[in-house]
Design a protein. Structure first.
Length: 76
């Protein structure tokens, strides 16, 4: 992991944290508004620009976030 860029590590930490919250809380994120705060402009931009990231690794992380978002909004 130490060979990855700080952009990748920060976004991965965010994605992993959200997935952990979803799994541990058995869906307590359902119907909740989640605020994402990042001091890394690339990680934040990758999330907001979504699927247009040119980095395959960042793209995969954004894709995971979008899948989680869909899982949470379908159950509302």
């Amino acid at each position: 992991m130490s060979v990855e860029s700080s952009n990748f590590r920060e976004l991965k930490n965010l994605v992993d944290s959200l997935y952990d919250q979803f799994k541990e809380a058995t869906g307590s994120l359902l119907g909740r508004e989640v605020f994402i705060f990042a001091n890394n402009a690339v990680a934040e931009g990758a999330f907001y620009r979504g699927m247009s990231s040119t980095s395959p690794k960042l793209f995969e992380l954004v894709f995971k976030l979008r899948r989680l978002e869909l899982r949470l909004t379908r159950k509302l």
